[in-house]
Structure formats: C-alpha cells, structure tokens
Design a protein around this ligand. Structure first.
Ligand SMILES: NC(=O)c1ccc[n+]([C@@H]2O[C@H](COP(=O)([O-])OP(=O)(O)OC[C@H]3O[C@@H](n4cnc5c(N)ncnc54)[C@H](O)[C@@H]3O)[C@@H](O)[C@H]2O)c1
Length: 351
C-alpha cells in the first residue's frame, strides 16, 4: 500500500474549518495532514488538534513550514492577495499546490504562478468545487445528449451584512470587502457561477460585456456583477452576482441547447438539484439515487473535489481541474472589470 500523501495547510480559517477538514477526514488512507501554517494561533489549534498535528509542526510563518516540514502537497486557503506569493513559494519548495479560488487577483499574477509551477515541474490546481456536487456531476452526463448549447444563465445573489469591520463575528468579511486584499463580489462569489455555467456551456468565452460596480455597500470593491458573455460557438450567457440584494432564487445555473435544457442548483445538496427539459417530456426533476449518502450531502462539492484531486496526485495522472480552467475564469473576471470601465465588449483571445 502507498504511504499517505503528506499535506501541509497554508491558512486554517473559515473554509478549512467548515468544509476542507471534513473532506480530509473522509480520505485518511490517502492523505495525512502533517503540518499547518496560519498567522492566527487559535486557528492553528482548532485544525491542529483535530488532526493530531504535533505542536512543532504548527507554524505562524508559512515559509518556515515550507523550509522545515517534509511535505508532498500544500493547500492554500488565505485571502486572495496572498495566493500568488504563496503558490510561488510552495512551487519553489518543490511541493504540489492545491489553491483555493481564485488563482490570483490579476492575470499578471497568474502568469507568474504558471511560470513558477512549470519551472519547478510541480502539479498545480485550483478548487472549482461546485462542479463536483451531485447535481453538477449528473448534469455533465446529460450534456452529450442535449447537443450544442446556445444560451446559459447563472445567478449567485445575496445580501452581505453592512458591517465589514475586522471585529465582525465573521472576520473574513473584512478582507473580502477590501480591494488591497483582492476582494469583491465578482472574484469571491460570482467566480463560482462563472465556471459552473461555463462547464455546462462547453465552449470558452470570447467576449465579455459587464457592469461590475459598487452600488450600495460602503466598501472599495464591487457589490454587484452583471456579465453578458459570448462563447466561441456563438452561444450567449448571462451571469448575475450581488452582495447588495436580499437572498432571492440563488446558486443555480441553466444551459439551453439543441435538444433540451438543464437547470442545476449547483450550490445545494441533492434535493431538487437537477431538472431537465425536453420537448417530449417538459421539465422533469432527475433522481440522483446513484450518489451515496455522503455525496448527496456534499453541498459544496469539496469532499469529491479533494478525493479526486488527491487520487490523481497519488496516481500521477491529470488533475480534475487544470490550471487553464482557473486562468480562463480569471480572464473572464478581468475582462468584466475592463468592460465596465471602458463601457465596451472585451475580447478574450484563445490561449
Ligand atoms: N471554494 C469555496 O467554496 C470557498 C468558500 C469560502 C472560501 N473560499 C476561499 O478560501 C480562501 C480562504 O477563505 P476563508 O473564507 O477561509 O477566509 P478566512 O479569513 O476565514 O481564512 C483565511 C485564513 O488565512 C489566514 N491567513 C491570513 N494571512 C496569512 C498568512 N500570511 N499566512 C498564513 N495564513 C494566513 C487567516 O488567519 C485565516 O485563518 C479564499 O481564497 C476564499 O475565496 C472558497
């Protein structure tokens, strides 16, 4: 039997405590949480105690962890402005990198990441978890039969609290609302709606028109993101994201194609996750009984994402989310910002 992959965590905050930790606990045969880094000692303790990480392997400086701990892989789950620097340091230390989204805050940073991972020959992937939920995985098996897509829509809208101060009970709001930390609605929230609907459309985006603006909240990043995208195959997609409207019908994406349509609640567990329309049958809810209990409850898709990613790393096969997908998602976001300031459609050239 192969030895478990030795995993180091850079960032042990909200998402690690809420979902990553549960995902790692389900794959202890494949992965051993070996070392941790976080600037907040309390977060080191919460995760360290859960995984019995020796105190000498808990670091407040991630560079010391990279220097001293024997690791095969690191996961990065820190504020967005830190991703590029931390991925590059990890790649230079010769470990594989699983980065939370987004890849970076700009394409310029993303290029430096790609250069570092290629130069060091380390595997690198970004967490696009919502395409691993039961609803999305079942939807993906329907796509061939439905044929060429022509129209897509997705929405992730809600109301953030007015208080973005660091002493809010959820301190992560503070960096999410900060331009310097790489926050904002489009790169934090709509990020997921963009790759989810693009996965259903199966054609890369070539032109973006958008309004990415601060309409209501007292913050220096966008609180609304409305995108109109044209795909390589001529299809059109809209993406609606907001932090400044009360929760409506949110966390879904749709794809309309030659032989029918799909509607996926990609941010939900299995109940009511997937509907399909055909002219013969109208709208029908699809039963997702092929997924086991744990998969049905994996509402964020993280458990499946990590399982497949670590299996691929162990087998040295292609990673389920290649860097190009994350790069394209960031290119759409950057184009949407530029489309807003320049009030015109922005082209995303093929790679
Ligand atoms: N894929 C998803 O569904 C999803 C959901 C939530 C968050 N995220 C992503 O996860 C990342 C973290 O988000 P979060 O909600 O956990 O934020 P958070 O603020 O709760 O956690 C961030 C952690 O990073 C730590 N940190 C800050 N600076 C550091 C440094 N220099 N070195 C080491 N650690 C440092 C903080 O102390 C904190 O514990 C972001 O990239 C976010 O977009 C993804």
């Amino acid at each position: 039997m192969q030895k478990p992959i030795r995993l180091g965590l850079i960032g042990c905050g909200g998402i690690v405590q809420i979902t990553h930790a549960r995902a790692y606990r389900a794959i202890t045969d494949t992965v051993q949480v070996t070392a941790l880094a976080d600037v907040v000692p309390d977060n080191l303790e919460k995760i360290g105690d859960q995984f019995n990480v020796p105190t000498e392997n808990r670091y407040t400086d991630y560079r010391e962890m990279l220097e001293n701990a024997a690791l095969d892989v690191v996961t990065i789950a820190t504020p967005h402005s830190l991703h590029a620097e931390q991925v590059i340091e990890a790649a230079n230390a010769g470990v594989a990198v699983i980065s939370e989204k987004p890849m970076a805050t700009t394409l310029e940073e993303a290029d430096t990441i790609l250069e570092a991972v290629r130069r060091n020959g380390v595997p690198y992937t970004v967490v696009h978890n919502y395409i691993f939920t039961a609803g999305m995985r079942a939807a993906m098996t329907e796509l061939d039969a439905l044929g060429e897509s022509h129209f897509g829509r997705s929405a992730g809208m809600g109301l953030k609290p007015a208080d973005f101060s660091a002493d809010h009970p959820t301190p992560a709001f503070a960096w999410r609302a900060s331009k310097a930390k790489g926050g904002g609605c489009i790169i934090d929230t709509s990020y997921h709606e963009i790759y989810s609907v693009c996965t259903l459309m199966r054609s890369p985006v070539r032109y973006v028109e958008a309004r990415v603006q601060t309409l209501r909240l007292d913050i220096d990043v966008d609180d609304i993101a409305m995108l109109l995208c044209e795909h390589e195959n001529g299809a059109v997609t809209t993406v609606s994201g907001a932090w400044c409207v009360p929760g409506t019908d949110s966390g879904w994406c749709e794809m309309h194609a030659e032989h029918g349509s799909l509607r996926v609640n990609h941010r939900h567990n299995v109940a009511n996750a997937l509907r399909r329309f055909t002219r013969a049958d109208g709208w029908q809810q699809l039963e997702l009984s092929e997924f086991d209990e744990a998969e049905q409850q994996d509402a964020s898709g993280h458990a499946r994402y990590f399982k497949e990613t670590f299996n691929a790393l162990a087998a040295e096969t292609a990673l389920p989310v290649p860097a190009e997908k994350a790069y394209h998602n960031l290119a759409i976001i950057e184009a949407a910002r530029k489309a807003t300031t320049e009030r015109r459609a922005i082209e995303i050239p093929p790679p």
